[in-house]
Design a protein around this ligand. Structure first.
Ligand SMILES: NC(=O)c1ccc[n+]([C@@H]2O[C@H](COP(=O)([O-])OP(=O)(O)OC[C@H]3O[C@@H](n4cnc5c(N)ncnc54)[C@H](O)[C@@H]3O)[C@@H](O)[C@H]2O)c1
Ligand SMILES: [Zn+2]
Length: 355
């Protein structure tokens, strides 16, 4: 049977602005002229090998080095070669957030922009980075250049996601909790109730749809990050980014700690009531992170290093201030510019930074 566009669109979730994502059990049949760029780690999985064999493809090594501007010329040359005879190539990125950021960037510059499909292979990319159209490359520091590139489709393939080691799910849990805190509603309670007993992969799998819907609700209002509304997605990321670099933590684990810091500060500033605080607190008593929490608090940062790393934050506003996301309640983020000094003092008070 030939490929039909109608068939392809069946069952897809359409959202405002024609952003489209779909959760499915197994890999989709791709449209003609698709070229697959995938994380080579996936080559070890039989079901993936079988599927990818039907398309022209290029394997890359996933991770931050793929996003390095220095590796870009060599990788884009390979993609140019693969696509040179195609009239209208479609780039399909299969991998974690690094592959998504890299392939997304390529799709926005190849032939001045060609269609892009994401098939995320990590939980973090499935709930977060594959959605929202941001791409990025690293130039000396992380994510220094990038584009907005709306994917044509995002396919979430359960067979692929559920084949990951449990550790990868724990790494993404911080982002899931962030979305539950930002979005609020009934699913916050459900996550909270499930947390004490459930494994990370169960939580990710069970609340995948809710977390993605929550992200789209936010980005739809400010897709190009003009009004600033989209910036609430940065909840937990101010301290999170600092800890990610200083303690070499996985992104989602660092974000989890950043969330806690933000919740505590929101209480201290009286943005958050005691009642709401108590509800949120149970989110942070999960055994999943106890060990890394203790380790990070044992190796406190020096104020100097903390301020240096903070200076690299892209959410800086004029001068020595930073756009910080507090919580006024569950589902009620609140952005407020704080000085570096007040942030330093609060991190010292909470025990993340040495006095
Ligand atoms: N564009 C955005 O909006 C956005 C948002 C959040 C994060 N990001 C970016 O995403 C990246 C982090 O994402 P990530 O954690 O997915 O990173 P990643 O792509 O580096 O993947 C992490 C590791 O998992 C391996 N891996 C991938 N799929 C696997 C699978 N199915 N089974 C086993 N191992 C697998 C990779 O080879 C890699 O070693 C960062 O570069 C970050 O900047 C982008
Ligand atoms: Zn994040």
């Amino acid at each position: 049977m030939g490929w039909s566009f109608q068939e392809f669109l069946k069952d897809l979730f359409f959202l405002k602005g024609s952003l489209v994502w779909q959760i499915r059990q197994s890999f989709p049949k791709l449209p003609p002229s698709s070229v697959v760029i995938y994380d080579r780690i996936l080559g070890r999985k039989n079901f993936f090998q079988k599927w990818v064999a039907s398309y022209p493809s290029h394997a890359v090594r996933g991770g931050e080095s793929l996003k390095s501007i220095d590796a870009f010329p060599q990788n884009i040359r390979k993609i140019l070669k693969l696509t040179q005879d195609l009239e209208k190539p479609i780039l399909v990125g299969v991998g974690g957030g690094s592959v998504g950021d890299f392939v997304g960037f390529c799709a926005s510059v190849l032939r001045r922009g060609c269609p892009l499909i994401h098939i995320p292979s990590t939980w973090l990319s499935a709930i977060d980075s594959a959605h929202g159209g941001k791409t990025a490359l690293n130039v000396d520091a992380k994510n220094q250049i990038g584009t907005f590139k709306k994917p044509l489709k995002v396919f979430l393939v359960r067979e692929l996601l559920e084949s990951q080691p449990e550790r990868r799910a724990a790494e993404a849990l911080g982002e899931l909790l962030k979305m539950a805190l930002l979005d609020g509603g009934g699913w916050f309670e459900k996550v909270r109730n499930a947390l004490p007993e459930a494994s990370s992969s169960f939580l990710l799998s069970r609340f995948l749809r809710e977390a993605i819907q929550g992200k789209y609700r936010i980005i739809e209002k400010d897709y190009l990050e003009i009004s600033g509304g989209r910036r609430v997605l940065n909840l937990g990321h101010t301290l999170g980014h600092v800890l990610e670099v200083s303690h070499s933590l996985p992104h989602g684990v660092a974000v989890y700690m950043g969330l806690w810091m933000s919740v505590e500060w929101s209480l201290q500033k009286k943005f958050l009531s005691q009642r709401e605080y108590k509800k949120v607190r149970s989110f942070f008593q999960t055994r999943i992170f106890q060990k890394s929490f203790k380790e990070v608090q044992k190796r406190k940062l020096s104020p100097r290093k903390f301020l240096f790393l903070l200076g690299k934050d892209k959410k800086r506003v004029k001068g020595q201030k930073i756009d910080f996301v507090f919580l006024k309640g569950i589902g009620r983020p609140y952005r407020y510019a704080v000085s570096f000094l007040s942030l330093l003092k609060e991190c010292q008070r909470q025990g993340w930074v040495k006095e």
